[in-house]
Design a protein around this ligand. Sequence first.
Ligand code: PRP
Ligand code: MN
Ligand code: MG
Length: 181
Amino acid sequence: MANLDGNIEKVLVTKEELEAINARLGAQITKDFEGKNLLVVGILKGSIYFLADLTRYIDLPLKLDFLAVSSYGGGTRSSGAVKIIKDIDIDLAGYDVLLVEDILDSGRTLEYVSKMLSARGANSISIVTLLDKPERRVVDIHPDYVGCDVPDEFVVGYGLDYDQEYRNIPYIGSLKREIYE
Ligand code: PRP
Ligand code: MN
Ligand code: MG
């Protein structure tokens, strides 16, 4: 990644650490969802790399679906309002839903999505997030599975973007300040 690495301040989670996280979470989820009716729902776009790798460590029959949402607000800060851009296709009745996120920040996205989906008759809703910034939480939401906590820095890679770029970096890193300031 000679071209993209130059804008990275520090590597926070290496490729090898991501692999170990996926193996650990996949084994735990396999144990917990055995005998259940698993529907894995990825929240686009940030979750795609994590979802693709994690599900290959889940040794159970499962189905995949995707949701696209956007947070929007008047100013530079999100209003907390979340809008559905692309809904899931599968009727949720009877499914044990596992929501997959790349990062849990304020928690507003997951709070909105999990409330919306549980109102549709899912059997259960669980949350797995690769990264967590617990000190940034503004709503009361608790993930069932967490890859690791990260400091409150601008993190990119492995699905996470800055202005839609950097998602394809194969590790998690913090972005140099001069890039976004
Ligand atoms: C990011 C991230 C989470 C959400 C977390 O998505 O991927 O979905 O924000 O923030 P929250 O906990 O404060 O709601 P973003 O809206 O940037 O869309 P993207 O996944 O397409 O990058
Ligand atoms: Mn996202
Ligand atoms: Mg984003």
